[in-house]
Every structure is written in C-alpha cells, then in structure tokens.
Design a protein around this ligand. Structure first.
Ligand code: NAD
Ligand code: DAU
Length: 433
C-alpha cells in the first residue's frame, strides 16, 4: 500500500501508459508556489539568439529530463541528441519529444503555435568517442549526407551539453574500461571537435565573451564526486580534486581536460558539478529507483555497510534549471557547484522512503560495503546562487514524493528494464553480497 496522501497528484498519466509519455506538468513544479515566480528564478532568454544544442547522453536519466525542459522552455532552440544507447540509454524516455518535436511528426499543436514546420529535435545514435561522427555533426555534414534535414536547417551546434558518461560507481568498480573510453576519451573528442570547428586556427579572446553575444559554450556536466569525500565542511569550486572511484577519477580527468582546453585554446568551457539527483527516468541501478522498485516488488533493499554514508539530494529538474542558468549567465572558464543542501544518510533516506510508500522497514537488508565507499559529499553553492541567481525549488520531501509518484505511475517503464539484462547485473552485484 502506498500512502497517497504523501504523494503529489499525478496529472494525465495512467499506470497503463505503455511508454512514459511525460506531460510537461509532470516533470515540472506543479503548484504555483513551486514555480519560479519572479524573473530572477528563471534565466533571462532575451539576450540569446536561436541556438542549436548538441546534447550528448540525452537518452539517459538527466539528459532526457534536460531535453524535455529545454525544448519546453526555449521555443527557438533546437536539440541534437547524440547517444550511444548503452544499457542506460532509453529512447522511451523521449518518445513524446520525438513525436512532438521530431523530424517525422511535428505535432499540429506545435505547428499551429509556432507556424514553424521545422523539427526541433534530432536523434543520432553514436558514441562521443567516435571522432569521425562527432566531426561530421560539428561541420553539419552529418545531416547533409544523411538527407535527414529536408529543410536545410543550419544544424551546426553552437552549444554542447555533455551528459554522456558511464555513470554508475559500482559498475566502474567491476570494470573501469568503458569509463575511460567514454568519460575521458569521449570528452576529449568533443573538446577537440569544438576547438576545430568553433575556433578554427584562431583562439578566442577570453575577455570578449560578453553576455549578449555568447557565441559558443561547451558545458561539461560533472559531479561532486570529483572532490572526493569529506566528514566536515563543504567543497567549494576551489577545493582540490581527490576522486576515489574509477568513475569519479574518470570524471575528474575529463574536468582537467576541459580546464586545459580553456587555458590553452580559450575554448569557452564551463564545468558544473552537481550532487546526487533523484527524479523520473533514473535507471534502477541507483539507490533511490532501486529501492522504490524493490519495495513495490516487496524485495529487500540492500544498504551498503552501516548505512551512514551521506549524500546531498537534488531534484533532477532543479539540476536542469541550474544548467539553463549556467548556459545563459555562466562565465566561460568557470566552475559552478550545484546542490540543494538536502543531506541525508542512506539509512535516513530509506527509512523515509519506506514510510512514504507505507512499506515495512524490515525490507532493509544490510549488505557488504562498496569498496572505497565515499563517506560524505557536500557542496557549497554560494557561487551559483550569488553570481547566477539560481536556487533550488524542490525540497527533499517534495522531490521524493514526486519521484515515488512517477515510478508508481510508470510501472511498465521500470519493469521492462528490470526484466532484461538488468536481472543478470543485479544477480552479479547482490546475490552473494
Ligand atoms: P545515465 O547513466 O542515466 O545516462 C548516461 C547516458 O549516456 C545514457 O543515455 C547512455 O546511453 C549515454 N552514453 C554512454 N556512453 C556514451 C557514449 N560513448 N556516447 C554517447 N552516449 C553515451 O547518467 P545520468 O545519471 O543521467 O548522468 C548524466 C551525467 O551527469 C553524467 O555525466 C554524470 O557523470 C553526471 N552527473 C550525474 C549525477 C546523478 O546523480 N545521476 C549527478 C551529478 C552529475
Ligand atoms: O554525487 C553524484 C553522483 O551520484 C553521480 O556522479 C553518479 O553518477 C551517481 O551514480 C551518484 O553516485 P552515488 O554512488 O552516490 O549513487 P548511488 O545511487 O549508486 O548510491 C547512493 C548511495 O547509496 C551511496 O552511498 C551508495 C549507497 N547504495 C547504493 C546502492 C546502489 C546502497 O547502500 N545500496 C545500493 O544498492
């Protein structure tokens, strides 16, 4: 039984929906008090020209939320989603986007509203480590060669938002190789393509990147894990990097490459480092969706070690808004921490989750710890709040309720995942733990 009184109301989605067609209301703050009321809660858009964004890893958890957010918020922006579709990539996350904004089927509503038949969403299956493909996307040749662009739109990206990554710490402990290939080599391939196509033989004057011109931005979506763990205090953007897992080491390496491309070539790179996200479309290998879906199946919830490791949780839409603020107001060469200051031990989190779902606490099962398990992450977010005017809109309680609600109403989405290769992964990870 689920305590529906603790959940947010679901709008327009039934649990019968075969694919998770996210009506935007579901992904956005639902009540007036959660929506940005004043101009300083949303970034200003008037100083930006129409943009083509190359969003990498857009079929994953945060990337797909970001694409929903951006296409709804910026009617004159176009998104090219480059995704390899690894186990974590899922086109079902974007089924509604494909039908509303995609090449084959721009919706009548949209056409009526914008008088514009041009698609605003393009999907390309491929790896960010594929130099030739990435080059063809930057030059525009990819779309010309594939006759996928009947309107001959200029689809050369002026902004890159790099989400593509191997993202799960536990998998990086089993095998680090794909993390090196995607997170490090892939980022370098993107940086090099951006340098070649955006800067040519020139370097850019770093002081000339004014608010209203904003010619190009390479936004690297990084993580708080690059700072390592701390028992006390919070990491600022100046804190040294001290990653502990193969995953965080690969993300830190990518951050260093980004920094090097800024310093050496003045490629306009911005790095964001965010804390743990929760929300719709998260793959159920991560703690919260794993716990929700196990609880719904009445299965044990594995807690590593003593359960006292601390994570700082942020709703995925708040992260997406922060990235939008960063694209519009962030300064090239800068780093911005993103978090909601909602620290919980894993045990506190799962106790609360089981309470919200009205499941027994006896589902908790302590299992062997993660090797090298970081004790606590915590970020100081003074810089992004003061300099860009962003702040989170979701409390932990609201974020948790909205997330539980989403998984409850998208059973076919997670059951489809859990019935495939995931079962083998789960068995390998947990059966002898
Ligand atoms: P995810 O695992 O859900 O999605 C990753 C996506 O990248 C998938 O769609 C996958 O198919 C794609 N991908 C993987 N390798 C690729 C390649 N070589 N080329 C193109 N696409 C590829 O990850 P997520 O949780 O959405 O995280 C997205 C980004 O945000 C990552 O860079 C991660 O480090 C960062 N981040 C995540 C969190 C979090 O809490 N999840 C917090 C901070 C930062
Ligand atoms: O901090 C940002 C990072 O958050 C991102 O960079 C990563 O991509 C993302 O995966 C996440 O990393 P974590 O390792 O913190 O997330 P995860 O959900 O795997 O684990 C959260 C905490 O819960 C962590 O302390 C380990 C613990 N845990 C996790 C799982 C999967 C358990 O106790 N049991 C579990 O079964």
């Amino acid at each position: 039984m689920v305590r529906r009184d603790l959940l947010t109301k679901t709008q327009g989605l039934s649990s019968k929906t075969q694919y998770p067609i996210p009506k935007t209301q579901n992904l956005r703050p639902k009540t007036q008090n959660l929506r940005p009321k004043t101009q300083n809660l949303r970034p200003k858009t008037q100083n930006l020209r129409p943009k083509t964004l190359l969003v990498t890893g857009g079929a994953g958890f945060i990337g797909s939320n970001f694409i929903h957010y951006i296409l709804n918020e910026h009617p004159d922006w176009t998104v090219i989603n480059l995704d390899k579709l690894t186990y974590a990539g899922n086109l079902a996350n974007l089924a509604d986007i494909e039908s509303q904004y995609g090449l084959l089927n721009p919706s009548k509503d949209l056409v009526a509203k914008t008088q514009d038949l041009r698609p605003r969403y393009f999907f390309v299956r491929g790896s960010i480590a594929d130099r030739e493909l990435v080059d063809a996307l930057f030059s525009g040749e990819y779309f010309a060669a594939n006759s996928l662009n009947p309107n001959t739109q200029d689809l050369r990206p002026s902004i890159v938002v790099n989400f593509a990554a191997e993202s799960h710490v536990d998998r990086s402990i089993l095998d680090a190789s794909p993390f090196i290939e995607t997170n490090i080599k892939g980022t370098q391939v993107l940086l090099e393509a951006a340098r070649t196509h955006w800067l040519g033989s020139k370097t850019q004057d770093p002081t000339s990147n004014t608010q209203d011109l904003r010619p190009n931005i390479f936004l690297q979506v990084s993580t708080d894990e690059v700072y390592g763990a701390t028992e006390k205090g919070k990491f600022t953007e100046e804190s040294p990097l001290s990653p502990n897992s193969p995953y965080s080491a690969s993300k830190a390496a990518a951050d260093f490459l980004c920094h090097a491309y800024w310093k050496t070539y003045q490629l306009p790179v911005i790095i964001t480092r965010c804390s743990n996200n929760l929300g719709p479309f998260q793959f159920p290998e991560k703690l919260i969706p794993l716990a929700i879906t196990n609880a719904l199946e009445n299965k044990p919830i594995p807690i590593y070690g003593d359960g006292l490791n601390v994570r700082d949780w942020i709703y995925v839409l708040d992260h997406c808004r922060a990235l939008d603020f960063t694209l519009q107001k962030g300064k090239p060469g800068e780093i911005y921490n993103i978090a909601a200051n909602e620290e919980r031990t894993n045990l506190e989190l799962i106790h609360r989750l089981l309470d919200v779902m009205d499941n027994p606490q006896s589902l908790i099962k302590f299992v062997a710890d993660r090797p090298g398990h970081d004790r606590r992450y915590a970020l100081d977010i003074t810089k992004i709040t003061r300099e860009l005017g962003w702040k989170p809109l979701y409390s932990f309680e609201k974020a948790l309720a909205a997330t539980v609600d989403w998984y409850l109403n998208h059973e076919s989405w997670w059951r489809q995942i859990k019935s495939g290769d995931y079962a083998k992964y789960y068995d390998r990870m947990y059966s002898h733990r």
